[in-house]
Design a protein around this ligand. Structure first.
Ligand SMILES: [Cu+2]
Length: 394
């Protein structure tokens, strides 16, 4: 009965709306803030996020992702080996925090769409709503203060206002929902994967398995502060063994944990996925720009939670093939496919390259690995004393 009453009153209110008059001046001020405040949380008054112009789009050569399965171009094997001998150096402000309060520059299609949504739609809207609410509050406080408005109005209803402050937020929510749901749909309908990497969180390091490349696994531990300095890595973000993926390839991540819940996240990829023991979670990314991108564990996972960084190195397909070979892995379909002109080139590790010949692949961008002071990095044969690369299956 009560419900029926309410429905009746609401219907009557809707019909009567045009005839209603503004009861008093206090009403907009009293109602406005409540309704508007329900829509947006307080936000900084300024939109500090500015789109920074980004350097170095990947060259078509480097971004030829879907061909990954066919393996390295033989002619590039030597080049790749020489490049892999030196680790990519981080670019300040890219793939890592730079001290400013903003989203990191995005390097995946999803990240770019999400950053656009945040910077172009959400932040201006939140700022506008906050400003309107603040204005209404100040208006009420000043205009209806006791000294100039001693007798308060006792009106409790204003139909027009009630409709307005219900409809406007609904329309705002609908307007937000369209790009929001579109973004969700894009996130959860990944294109066909070119490469799968299984990510396992451990207390307190990461392991990365490459089932498409023979199932080898690498163990990624944080570097000491001294090593960070020596290798030019950002503090607390450098690792001994990076996850290496090819540029332009759709990388599927299977994320799990061996002990407690961790969370694998790389902010500049818009990737964050919980690593839960006994479960396989899936996420993906596609990065065209070769370079180095950092992340961290995003779930409180124990005493050294803060010390399990993530470093993802995006390299050209040829460099990736050389890296896989250096870890004892294989490229899918690479076996009898194309006989190499130089049979020894199939094993880049055994093909010494004169030091200093750094013939970068075509289209070398700022992110292309350049000769650095670090050469003891990833290009070491499987089975060294480091035992970082084991050939366990997953
Ligand atoms: Cu963790």
């Amino acid at each position: 009965m009560k419900t029926l009453d309410k429905l009746f009153i609401m219907a009557a209110a809707l019909i009567m709306a045009p005839a209603a008059v503004l009861a008093q001046q206090a009403m907009p001020a009293a109602g406005g803030p409540t309704a508007a405040a329900a829509q947006g949380k307080a936000a900084p008054a300024t939109d500090a996020i500015s789109a920074r112009s980004q350097a170095a789009p990947a060259s078509p050569d480097q971004a030829s992702g879907p061909n990954m399965a066919t393996g390295a171009e033989p002619s590039n094997a030597q080049v790749a080996q020489s490049s892999m001998a030196s680790r990519a150096t981080p670019t300040p402000g890219i793939g890592q925090p730079d001290g400013r309060a903003h989203l990191q520059e995005q390097f995946t299609p999803i990240g770019q769409e999400a950053a656009w949504f945040h910077n172009t739609i959400l932040m201006p809207l939140i700022t506008l709503i906050s400003a309107v609410v603040l204005f209404l509050l100040l208006f009420v406080v000043i205009r209806f203060r006791r000294s100039v408005h001693p007798v308060p109005s006792r009106n409790t209803h204003n139909t027009v206002l009630e409709i307005v402050w219900t409809l406007v937020p609904v329309l705002i929510l609908v307007a937000i929902a369209v790009p929001s749901i579109r973004l969700l749909a894009h996130q959860y309908s990944p294109p066909k994967a070119d490469l799968t990497v299984k990510v396992t969180g451990n207390q307190w390091y990461w392991t990365y398995s490459y089932p498409d490349n023979g199932g080898f696994e690498i163990v990624s531990n944080m570097l000491s502060e001294a090593d960070d300095k020596k290798r030019g890595e950002p503090r607390l973000l450098g690792v001994d063994e990076r996850m290496v993926v090819p540029a332009g390839a759709v990388v599927k991540l299977i994320v799990t944990s061996s002990d407690v819940i961790h969370s694998f996240g790389v902010p500049s990829f818009w990737v964050k996925m919980d690593a839960v023991p006994g479960r396989l979670n899936e996420t993906w990314f596609k990065v065209d720009r070769p370079g180095l991108y950092y992340g961290q564990c995003y779930e409180l996972c124990g005493a050294r939670h803060a010390y399990m960084p993530i470093a993802v190195e995006v390299v050209s397909p040829a460099q990736y093939a050389a890296w896989v070979a250096s870890k004892g892995g294989t490229m899918p379909g690479a076996k009898p496919a194309k006989p190499l002109p130089d049979s020894t080139a199939a094993s880049p590790v055994t093909n010494p390259q004169p030091a200093g010949t750094t013939t970068a692949p075509a289209g070398g961008t700022s992110a292309t690995p350049t000769p650095t002071n670090v050469s003891a990095g990833t290009a070491r044969p499987t089975g060294t004393s480091q035992s970082q690369a084991t050939s366990r299956g997953i």
